[in-house]
Design a protein around this ligand. Structure first.
Ligand SMILES: NC(=O)c1ccc[n+]([C@@H]2O[C@H](COP(=O)([O-])OP(=O)(O)OC[C@H]3O[C@@H](n4cnc5c(N)ncnc54)[C@H](O)[C@@H]3O)[C@@H](O)[C@H]2O)c1
Length: 382
């Protein structure tokens, strides 16, 4: 099982390689050379849980960060930059981020500003990283208490997705990543019956992936359970996101915003419950169910589609009831919704599912003037 993609994200080409094994440094070097990039020195960036992978890639030059979103701050960036400097890296130095979305966002940001831009390779080791964070060139860190407040667009030249690394991923992280895959399956309506690697619709691939597991329980160790099925779901996520980002690399009003399906509700849930109360993916799954209901209220999402989406989410064991059992304070949820950073010109926008994938609903373009009442009723389940 191996698949490679070449994308062009604005000025930058990116090669994505999905394979079973972790790439040794020599493989990284060969691939970069084939792409026309040479590097003089390198620095591996990882966290305490992915250090083992970083040391398998190359034993030395490893910057180990503490794990978790709390570490996605400027001091971590400074540490990475300082170690790169101490190792004498020049502009042609290579940063290799080995880990989930936190490590890839941090190492990519550091690479983007190091001497005005060094080389970057990402080795993604979480399902969320593979399905989402590692592809597309968004980098960043949290500042002033706001997630991803500071950042750049700086796509990695090379991205590896070594599936064997998933064997140690905790269940909580599997469930978080799988929600982003299901979200992408809702967006990607393309049938691919002609390709032996694909089994028809992405949505049916998500259903097949968990076959044999009891309904309502998240199937643990999906890679051991169904390696081909997982490979298919990851490759389709990468391919879909890659094509969307190619068309709108810096999210300037094109299709890239569609990738935020379910996220307006998810961010408000995470903010009102407190970050970490539910995983990001669980919030996305819950938000996806709410986007369906909003889409139905405004005449965009069909009852049949809502049924299909909610069925998959429930089979995987996501909490999709509303009000969310942990949400005690609906006014704080509505306030968080109003503060969502994806508001543009003072206006909230929601992505809602439709027959062709999803559409953006904004005031005057799908959303009626009294939409906040509609949203509140959905959240309260009135
Ligand atoms: N740049 C983007 O486009 C983009 C998109 C989506 C999310 N993100 C960012 O990604 C972050 C979330 O990423 P995440 O969910 O991967 O979180 P994460 O990087 O914090 O990883 C989750 C946990 O899993 C551990 N871990 C990683 N790989 C492991 C492995 N193979 N085995 C065992 N443990 C492992 C990590 O140490 C961490 O404790 C957020 O900060 C989010 O903002 C970025």
């Amino acid at each position: 099982m191996k698949k490679e993609y070449s994308f062009q994200f604005g000025r930058f080409p990116t090669r994505v390689i999905i394979q079973h094994e972790l790439p040794p440094l020599e493989q990284i070097r060969e691939n970069l050379t084939a792409l026309g990039y040479r590097f003089s020195g390198y620095l591996l960036v990882c966290d305490e849980h992915t250090e083992v992978f970083a040391r398998r890639i190359a034993g030395d030059a490893v910057c180990v960060l503490k794990s978790g979103e709390e570490e996605k701050t400027w001091p971590s960036i400074e540490r990475i930059l300082k170690l790169a400097k101490d190792r004498g890296l020049g502009r042609d130095g290579l940063f290799i981020g080995v880990g989930g979305g936190v490590v890839s966002d941090l190492s990519a940001f550091a690479a983007s500003i190091y001497m005005r831009g060094a080389r970057l390779c990402v080795v993604s080791t979480t399902l969320l990283g593979m399905a989402d964070a590692a592809v597309g060139g968004k980098t960043g860190f949290d500042l002033f208490g706001i997630k991803n407040f500071a950042g750049t667009f700086f796509p990695a030249r090379l991205v590896y997705m070594p599936l064997e690394s998933l064997n140690t991923l905790p269940e909580y992280e599997w469930k978080s990543g799988m929600a982003e895959i299901i979200k992408t399956a809702v967006l990607d309506r393309e049938e691919k019956p002609e390709s032996p690697a694909y089994t028809g619709s992405f949505f049916s691939a998500c259903l097949k992936l968990r076959e044999g597991s009891p309904p309502g329980v998240f199937p643990n160790r999906l890679y051991a359970l169904n390696p081909e099925g997982l490979f298919e779901c990851i490759t389709r996520s990468v391919e879909f996101k890659g094509r969307i980002v190619e068309a709108d690399p810096e999210e300037t009003g094109g299709k890239r915003a569609l990738l935020n399906l379910g996220h307006t509700f998810a961010h408000a849930l995470e903010a009102s419950l407190g970050l970490g109360s539910v995983s990001h993916g669980e919030a996305v799954a819950w938000g996806l169910a709410r986007s369906c209901e909003l889409g139905f209220s405004i005449g965009i999402t069909s009852e049949k589609q809502i049924g299909e989406i909610k069925e998959v989410l429930a089979l995987y064991g996501y909490e999709i009831r509303t009000p969310h059992p942990l949400l005690k304070d609906i006014p704080s949820f509505m306030q968080a919704l109003g503060g969502d950073k994806k508001k543009s010109s003072g206006q909230l926008s929601f992505i809602v599912p439709c027959e062709t994938g999803a559409v953006i609903a904004k005031l005057g373009a799908g959303l009626p003037p009294d939409y906040l009442h509609i949203v509140e009723k959905i959240i309260e389940n009135l």
